[in-house]
Design a protein around this ligand. Structure first.
Ligand code: ADP
Ligand code: MG
Length: 453
């Protein structure tokens, strides 16, 4: 049967679609076009050099075997960059800024960045100020200061966004730089594939040629020994040749269990920054920015209503707005608190106020007074320790309603009368002194994890 090159490739694509994950298929295989099939050599056009390198390093074996099966004979595959053929006409257009933009667009598509995840769209507040500053510095193509930059923090707090903003910025300043964003899981899949296809060398070459590697969620590497080893070598290659690496993780390096020590210590070489849950003001700012991007006119009281209830995760803040928008109930009508309240409840799981324990009370009071919890739970009667102890006892009574003997037991087995005495002393001071009043209000909010706006 005389199969035309297009039929051949269509069949191959249909088979490949079943064998690779949907995202990779869309990113790498779909844009490829067959050019010719001569003398058992199948030439495939690809949109850019990144695609060529990626396909050659990750999918050459797989594509070859699929095509050979369809063609029923040995086949060699060549990937050719489409742009190379158009180079002559490109040159003429290079001065044209539209072409420049197209090139920039191509660059970030091949870096696999989300268009929205730029510095411009990133709201800075107390909770992420330092991480943002470090990312800004890291995005400067001329700086080699922080390598690697290790960003850690809880789910939905902006790690991926910030990391990709570095990629965007790098490409903006230096469009010829090779930037790659990849999740740790994708790295592992690609690595495993290169092992099974026998394309380890291509795999390594591909990664060695990257100028800025953004590797997301490295906690995924925990317990995956051979992937860790491979990543360790990739890391060293990049590091030694002065390329930049940005890493995100849901915890700091020292809490990465089941990670080989040498890799953990690499993560600690550069700068480690964390992103904390956003405070009320930052949540308000994010809500307003996202609402305006969605074209929603969000009244202040509604924004407060949402921001007070959803505290731990920015993705959830967005989720509420998207639902409000998607349901369309406000089309043309003002957004009201009552109506929004129906949308909020699915997002409140995990947002319950922290359960207050005597341990928590002691920890927060001790942080404020800068003393150790052990000392206030110990025997010392020094005023330096007695004062925080009295405050902590007072809060255990006020906020947790523990009995005097229970409190006494927790604080070094003290007699209940000394607890009563301590609580009464603080109460008197609260009545008499406004600064003690303020301190008590401040600490009790902090203990209950209420925002201090
Ligand atoms: P993580 O990777 O930490 O789980 P993401 O980076 O995916 O979190 O952020 C979750 C969502 O919240 C994304 O849509 C992101 O754009 C948004 N987001 C997070 N932090 C900010 C911020 N400071 N300003 C604006 N949007 C943010
Ligand atoms: Mg993420």
């Amino acid at each position: 049967m005389d199969t035309s090159v297009h039929d051949l490739w269509d069949h191959a694509l249909a088979a490949l679609e079943k064998k690779v994950d949907a995202e990779s298929f869309a990113a790498w295989l779909q844009p490829a076009r067959p050019r010719s099939f001569e003398n058992s050599r199948l030439t495939i056009d690809v949109p850019n050099a990144s695609s060529r390198n990626w396909l050659a390093s990750h999918y050459l074996g797989l594509i070859t075997s699929v095509v050979e099966q369809i063609a029923d004979r040995p086949v060699e595959i060549d990937f050719v960059v489409r742009a190379d053929r158009k180079l002559a006409s490109r040159r003429a257009a290079e001065a044209d800024s539209a072409a420049g933009m197209a090139q920039a667009r191509e660059a970030f598509l091949s870096a696999r960045l989300n268009e929205q995840y730029t510095f411009e769209h990133f709201i800075v507040g107390e909770s992420n100020r330092f991480a943002h500053a470090a990312a800004r510095a890291g995005a400067d193509p001329n700086s080699k200061v922080y390598n690697p930059l290790f960003i850690h923090g809880g789910v939905g707090l902006g790690k991926t966004h910030l990391m990709q903003a570095i990629g965007h910025e790098q490409l903006r300043c230096a469009p010829d730089k090779r930037v790659l964003y990849i999740t740790s899981e994708q790295f592992m899949n690609a690595y495993v594939e290169s092992v099974t296809q026998g394309t380890g060398r291509e795999f390594r070459n591909y990664y060695r040629n990257i100028d800025l590697l953004l590797i997301d969620d490295v906690q995924f590497f925990m317990g995956k020994d051979s992937t860790q080893t491979e990543f360790f070598h990739t890391f060293n290659d990049l590091y030694d040749s002065g390329r930049k690496i940005v890493v995100t993780c849901d915890r700091p390096p020292k809490e990465l269990e089941n990670l080989v020590e040498r890799l953990r210590s690499r993560f600690e070489w550069g700068l480690i920054v964390d992103i904390q849950p956003p405070d009320l003001e930052t949540r308000m700012a994010i809500l307003r920015a996202k609402a305006s991007m969605l074209g929603l006119d969000l009244p202040y009281d509604v924004a407060i209503y949402i921001a007070e209830r959803i505290r731990s995760n920015i993705r959830k803040l967005e989720g509420v707005l998207q639902l409000v928008k998607a349901r369309g109930v406000f089309d043309g009508h003002p957004i009201t608190r009552d109506a929004v309240s129906q949308f909020v409840s699915p997002f409140l799981v995990g947002e319950e106020p922290k359960k207050v324990s005597p341990e928590r009370v002691a920890r927060i009071v001790c942080e404020y007074f800068d003393v150790d919890v052990e000392t206030i739970r110990g025997k010392s009667r020094l005023r330096k320790y007695a004062l925080p102890r009295h405050f902590a006892m007072y809060f255990c009574r006020q906020l947790i309603k523990l009995s005097y003997p229970e409190i006494g037991q927790f604080f070094g087995n003290r007699d209940h009368t000394s607890v009563m005495h301590a609580c009464r002393k603080i109460e008197e001071q609260v009545d008499a002194e406004s600064n003690v009043q303020n301190l008590v209000a401040y600490l009790s909010k902090k203990i209950q994890d209420i925002d201090i706006a």
